[in-house]
Ligand binder design. Structure first.
Ligand SMILES: [Zn+2]
Length: 108
């Protein structure tokens, strides 16, 4: 079994462009899903939060295009083999894990 976690392109772009990283300690935040107490400031060390150069929207779109190009042949292969299981990747990490876990249980 090969699991494919599927998320809409626009949702992925929201997730990736919203990432912020602490310049001091490297802690990860997200402006929407995991914001710090104070906008732009690390909860842990108080340093400034920055956006990585490759998390800007144009670069994210290019990265996703490259990912799709490289991944589609692999997806097609396992789909042809009947091994591919598509998992809805929207929702919370807990919900996605639950769906994935159910598929693993069903396959073993
Ligand atoms: Zn920090």
């Amino acid at each position: 079994m090969v699991a494919l976690l599927e998320v809409d392109r626009e949702e992925l772009i929201d997730r990736l462009t919203g990432r912020r990283i602490c310049d001091g300690c490297g802690a990860n935040y997200h402006v929407e899903f995991n914001p710090p107490e104070e906008n732009g400031v690390c909860d842990g060390c108080g340093d400034e939060l920055i956006q990585r150069d490759d998390d800007d929207e144009k670069t994210v779109r290019e990265r996703l295009d490259v990912f799709d190009e490289n991944t589609q042949p692999v997806v097609d292969h396992y789909d042809d083999e009947g091994e591919l299981v598509r998992i809805d990747g929207h929702g919370t990490p807990g919900e996605v894990w639950k769906a994935l876990h159910a598929e693993i249980e069903a396959a073993t």
